[in-house]
Design a protein around this ligand. Structure first.
Ligand SMILES: [Zn+2]
Length: 241
């Protein structure tokens, strides 16, 4: 393999390179601003000379792009902050996670100071802890969904048979109009509450109009005049990560 770092221009602070060899014919450079990564995809059998030549030809452009992106505000992607071990994003706010002393039952709670306290015995199983988190996050979502339904069901004159939660990689919500069942993405608990509301109203609107027709958008416009801005924010969030 090639000594890639010798060939590459020095990165601005926080940036890194990633070289992957693939079964392709040409060399590609791709910049991932949220990961501060430049990925170079090179043909598996590329010669050192060809790789060096391609990198040299691109190096001024790479440095320019990295510098420009370093100065730009970070792209809106709350999901990138979720997995930070010392904090957790809840309803669009990054909250500190503190390990409290274990009393009798494992549990997680939110204090009035907006701190998340997790109480588990020392050496608690990682999978059990993950389950505890997921249950807690679901309970936060369920609570807010109930409140939203109390408002929107009578306002829109619709009533789904049930709401269910699921972690989804491609969509924020879906509506089975025949079964009148609505699915919502559990990731919504990390975003601002108005975005959950937008998804709830969108899925309820499908009970009035199944397709994304002119009529559907009119319904959205009637109940949530700023739905477009909210949906465009949701569409900017990369769910596959
Ligand atoms: Zn839809």
């Amino acid at each position: 393999m090639h000594d890639i770092n010798r060939l590459l221009p020095a990165t601005p602070k926080g940036w890194q390179y990633e070289l992957v060899y693939k079964n392709i014919r040409h060399i590609y450079f791709r910049i991932y601003p949220d990961k501060r990564t430049v990925r170079i995809s090179a043909p598996a059998r590329i010669s050192s000379k060809a790789l060096e030549g391609a990198i040299q030809a691109k190096s001024a452009w790479l440095i320019n792009r990295m510098n420009a992106l370093s100065n730009a505000p970070a792209p809106f992607n709350p999901l990138s902050a979720i997995k930070d071990s010392g904090s957790c994003m809840i309803w669009g706010r990054q909250l500190p996670v503190i390990r409290g002393t274990f009393n009798s039952r494992p549990g997680i709670c939110l204090t009035t100071e907006s701190e998340i306290i997790i109480r588990v015995p020392s050496g608690f199983d990682a999978i059990k802890e993950e389950n505890l988190w997921n249950q807690w996050l679901r309970s936060l979502l369920n609570e807010r969904i109930q409140t939203l339904l109390e408002r929107w069901q009578p306002a829109m004159g619709v009533a789904p048979v049930e709401f269910r939660l699921k972690k989804m990689k491609t969509r924020w919500g879906s509506c089975n109009t025949l079964a009148r069942r609505i699915w919502l993405n559990t990731v919504l608990v990390h975003l601002e509450p108005c975005l959950l509301e937008c998804v709830v109203v969108h899925e309820l609107a499908h009970l009035l109009e199944p397709g994304h027709t002119q009529r559907f958008y009119q319904i959205m416009e009637t109940y949530l005049p700023d739905w477009k801005a909210k949906e465009s924010l949701l569409n900017k969030i990369e769910l596959r990560q």
